[in-house]
Design a protein. Structure first.
Length: 370
């Protein structure tokens, strides 16, 4: 009960305690509400494990309040557990009430004297541009200080994104943090052709010799060593992670359908073991906007064991983690305004201990937002 009261009060604070900037501004002028709900059926078939089918739901409610012309408060609550890369809640447990928690909560400072600059303080959305979820799961909301900046340079939009993430605070040992920087640009060469390219560096501090992030008993594909016993395992990362991330995306309007082609390559320059690279190739056709419109996408990825931190990469394609390769095929249909039907199929091979294990996953989603 106390947890529920706390989050209700937090939303109420953002809604009602944001000061007005001018007498004519009303609460409706200063506050924006948003939300979405996704209902999902999912089937999972992993070699050496029993098949599984389940129904899940994801619910998110967000509020953005204007403090003044230079500062906003952003708060979002989401269903699910404390898993950093999933807001899903699985049906069952005798219709038990479902948990929710703070998904985002940050200050968004965008000073008027520096057009195009935004600085975020708190638990924020991911500041780094991406073409897919090779490195970061879509649901990851990091914690720390982020900065984004973009400027129009004669038709070429240049951007720089940076973040200092606080991943693990340890009372009696060194903390694990991440300092990242990404530089890139996008440009429309004509009304039908555009290009985006970016390169980033994500430097993790104090991972080697530490327990895996969030999941202490699972490296999620990353190479670990066990310093404990069979009764009480004590997993530790073998490597540090300093990841170079390069991506490119080309958009083409064929006159019939818009098409995007994209590619991404990553390498962990601090790995001392084999398996330090990953790549992704993909294509998207169509666009969901008006009722009856649709979009399809396909991508293939191969991400080796220590190419990136396994706890934060996509949670679906391999069931979470690195050390796998596989295909993703998805289609989305616009049922009506703000309402979609989507289907996604994953066919992958996992490589634990050098053995290729088949992994199949299918998802059918109904998604609505306001």
């Amino acid at each position: 009960m106390s947890r529920t009261i706390s989050y209700v009060c937090l939303l109420a604070l953002a809604l009602t305690c944001v000061p007005a900037q001018a007498e004519e501004e009303t609460l409706a002028d200063r506050v924006q509400l948003s939300g979405d709900l996704r209902f999902r059926y999912e089937y999972i078939d992993k070699e050496t494990s029993d098949t599984r089918d389940r129904m899940r739901i994801r619910v998110r409610l967000g509020v953005k309040g204007k403090v003044n012309d230079d500062l906003d408060i952003v708060v979002r609550l989401a269903s699910g557990s404390d898993d950093p890369i999933s807001s899903n809640t699985t049906f069952g447990d005798g219709f038990a009430r479902k948990a929710y928690s703070l998904d985002r909560g940050y200050l968004d400072w965008h000073p008027g004297f520096a057009e195009g600059l935004g600085v975020w303080f708190g638990k924020t959305k991911n500041p780094f541009a991406k073409v897919e979820d090779l490195v970061w799961d879509d649901d990851l909301n990091p914690e720390g200080i982020m900065a984004v900046y973009d400027v129009d340079a004669g038709g070429l939009n240049l951007f720089a994104n940076a973040g200092f993430w606080y991943a693990e605070e340890r009372k009696s040992d060194v903390d694990t943090t991440m300092a990242g920087l990404q530089l890139g640009g996008d440009m429309d060469f004509s009304e039908r052709v555009g290009l985006m390219a970016a390169v980033g560096y994500y430097g993790w501090n104090n991972t080697q010799g530490q327990t895996p992030l969030f999941y202490e008993d699972d490296g999620f594909g990353n190479t670990t060593e066990d310093l404990g016993t069979e009764e009480e395992p004590d997993l530790r990362y073998v490597n540090d992670y300093d990841v170079i991330d390069a991506m490119i995306k080309a958009g083409i309007d064929t006159g019939l359908l818009p098409v995007s082609l994209y590619a991404e390559y990553i390498q962990n320059t601090s790995a001392t073991t084999d398996g330090d690279t990953g790549y992704l190739l993909g294509v998207t056709a169509g666009k969901t906007k008006d009722p009856g419109s649709f979009k399809v996408k396909y991508n293939y990825r191969d991400i080796e064991a220590d190419a990136s931190i396994g706890a934060f990469v996509d949670s679906d394609v391999f069931g979470g983690g690195t050390n796998g390769k596989g295909h993703e095929l998805a289609a989305t249909y616009q049922l009506a305004k703000n309402w979609q039907l989507a289907a996604t199929a994953f066919s992958s091979q996992l490589d634990p201990d050098g053995d290729d294990l088949d992994y199949q996953r299918f998802q059918l989603d109904l998604k609505a937002q306001f």
